[in-house]
Design a protein around this ligand. Structure first.
Ligand SMILES: Nc1ncnc2c1ncn2[C@@H]1O[C@H](COP(=O)(O)OP(=O)(O)O)[C@@H](O)[C@H]1O
Ligand SMILES: [Mg+2]
Length: 251
């Protein structure tokens, strides 16, 4: 079955978000299908982070609907903690606990959020660290890890909870250029193992290689979307063309 034949696991319709008088999201419609990798690009301040944060209600949308895996995320009765567990989130800043080892950071969520016992949590955490290529760093503290390794621990922490979708908000933007590749390689392998992913990033070569669809957002609206080849090589909209030329120049 093609990815495009499947019913969406995430379906956002007419999403608006205002902060006071600032109307940030202006009617976003976005459906993500199981195993799809949707790549989001757009200028700084266009609302990309706000969109991701609305998906699991880290921000409360002003209007619209969000369905995730058959659940109405915005309904008052929605089990938001369960939804957040199933939407793994990785940010630009890794937010690891400095006083805990890599293993401690990854197993903590399993113990606190899923209520696993120590031994079981650590077993799962080791498996997650192995998936991101850090099995040998389990007992190392964040300060002794490179930025790329720290971000991979943060990815392992999300993966350990066995999410149904992973949301990435500029996961490589804080990294020195030589460390970006290791994080993108982990994301590639997640994608190959069938994880559904929404990725906000400026890494165009990654998008070309791994994205099913690229979505260009400007001023809180989706201006254009399509396969990477179309959006990068033959964008229909002048604003997309201008933006793509600008970020391609920085590659
Ligand atoms: N909590 C907030 N309170 C007020 N304004 C915010 C808040 N979060 C984001 N904004 C504003 O919303 C706009 C979109 O921000 P953001 O979603 O972070 O954009 P992007 O991720 O595309 O750079 C910006 O003008 C930003 O200043
Ligand atoms: Mg942002």
């Amino acid at each position: 079955m093609q990815v495009t034949d499947r019913a969406p696991i995430l379906d956002v319709v007419g999403l608006h978000k205002s902060f006071g008088a600032l109307h940030v999201l202006r009617g976003i419609d976005l459906a993500v299908r199981p195993q799809e990798l949707v790549f989001i690009i757009g200028p700084s301040g266009s609302g990309k982070s706000t969109l991701l944060r609305c998906l699991n209600r880290l921000e409360q949308p002003t209007a619209g609907s969000i369905r995730f895996d058959g659940v109405d995320v915005l309904s008052p009765g929605a089990e938001i903690n369960r939804i957040r567990r199933q939407m793994g989130m990785v940010f630009q800043s890794f937010n690891l606990y400095p006083h805990m080892t890599a293993l401690g950071n990854v197993s903590l969520a399993l113990r606190k959020v899923l209520g696993r016992g120590r031994a079981e949590a650590e077993e799962h955490a080791r498996a997650a660290l192995e998936r991101v290529g850090l099995a040998d760093k389990a007992n190392v503290y964040p300060a002794e890890l490179s930025g790329g390794q720290q971000q991979r621990v943060a990815i392992a922490r999300a993966l350990a909870l066995e999410p149904k979708i992973m949301l990435f908000d500029e996961p490589t933007s804080a990294l020195d250029p030589e460390l970006v590749g290791s994080v993108l390689a982990v994301m590639r392998s997640m994608r190959e193992s069938g994880m559904t992913m929404v990725v906000v990033s400026h890494e165009l070569s990654f998008a070309r290689a791994a994205a099913d669809r690229v979505v260009f957002i400007d001023q809180g609206q989706i201006v254009e979307q399509g396969p990477p080849a179309q959006i990068f090589a033959a964008p229909a909209h002048p604003r997309t063309r201008e933006f793509v030329a600008r970020i391609a120049g920085h590659e």
